[in-house]
Design a protein around this ligand. Structure first.
Ligand code: ATP
Length: 286
């Protein structure tokens, strides 16, 4: 197989709790991640001419070693000794700097696709270890569905699928870099903690109201203080019928969970009318 084109899905963090800081300075998390139906398209082509050539439809995304999908291809070549060259093309839809793992999911897709195109030379567990060297969200992005991710992203536990619902995702005008978000959190005087066991209980009971009631994100208050748009969008989603709404990851995207499809589309259209990039998507199962 010399050519493959696949969707690389984004994620939301249904809940995110910062549980501590390790001796090496890394923050540890307890987060429930959910794959959602918003995706970038990734095409990988094997070529005879050596080297990696990456292109992207967004001009401001780097196309060299700074691109995390490029790094993923380098790691694959380093590990397997693949002797040919590669062309990788990325069509972005997932908002950049939104906390939806846009870069991470591109890297994970490249790892999965190359492994498949080369006859699966790398086991699932080794692929996860390589993914973790690229970023905390990359191991989850190799999979799909609903997972509890702990530590620095290396401990993943599959959870029951999110019950049927509609997810409105809205990108504020501001973007947030994950690195800065940890600094902002560390300076914040009133850190908030959330209990993942309540949400897991709701998932087992297949109760979307219980799941929505257990949403929360330790980054939301400190990042929201710097970027009030986040809290305004959240408030609008709640007023328009969301069971609950929260920021995803380290921001800035806000998502609302709806059990009524018409309300979800009304909320999406109202936010679009305010010129926010907004989508109504469904959860993606394993
Ligand atoms: P996460 O949820 O994993 O924290 P994010 O959605 O907040 O990620 P990204 O969209 O992944 O953030 O990207 C943030 C930065 O990474 C941008 O500055 C961008 O230039 C750089 N970047 C490198 N490779 C990519 C890629 N393949 N797609 C998007 N951004 C990339």
């Amino acid at each position: 197989m010399d050519r493959l084109k696949r969707e690389a899905y984004g994620k939301i963090n249904l809940m995110l709790n910062i549980s501590g800081v390790r001796a090496d300075g890394y923050h540890t998390l307890e987060t429930i991640m959910q794959t959602v139906g918003l995706y970038d398209m990734i095409e990988v082509v094997k070529t005879e001419e050596k080297g990696i050539r990456l292109t992207c439809d967004l001009p401001y995304i780097p196309t060299d070693e700074r691109n995390i999908a490029y790094k993923a291809a380098e790691k694959f070549i380093e590990r397997t000794g693949y002797a040919g060259g590669l062309e990788i093309h990325i069509e972005k839809t997932i908002p950049v700097g939104g906390g939806m793992a846009g870069g991470s999911t591109n890297a994970a897709a490249v790892l999965n696709m190359l492994n498949e195109m080369c006859g699966f030379p790398i086991s699932e567990s080794e692929l996860e270890a390589i993914a973790l060297t690229l970023g905390a969200d990359v191991p989850f992005c190799l999979k799909r569905g609903t997972y509890l991710c702990e530590g620095i992203g290396e401990v993943m536990t599959r959870l029951p699928d999110l019950p049927k619902c509609y997810i409105v995702v809205c990108k504020p005008r501001a973007s947030v870099s994950s690195k800065n978000a940890y600094g902002v959190y560390d300076q914040y005087a009133h850190p908030q903690h959330y209990d993942h066991t309540r949400m897991i209980d709701g998932l087992h009971k297949r109760d979307i109201h219980a799941v929505a009631g257990a949403m929360g994100n330790s980054f939301e208050a400190p990042i929201g203080e710097l970027c009030p748009e986040i809290l305004e969008i959240k408030q609008k989603m709640l007023e328009m019928g969301a069971l609950n709404a929260a920021m995803t990851g380290s921001g800035s995207v806000v998502f609302g969970i709806f059990d009524d499809v018409d309300e979800a589309h009304r909320a999406k259209n109202a936010l679009r009318a305010e010129r926010y990039r907004t989508y109504c998507v469904k959860p993606i199962k394993k």
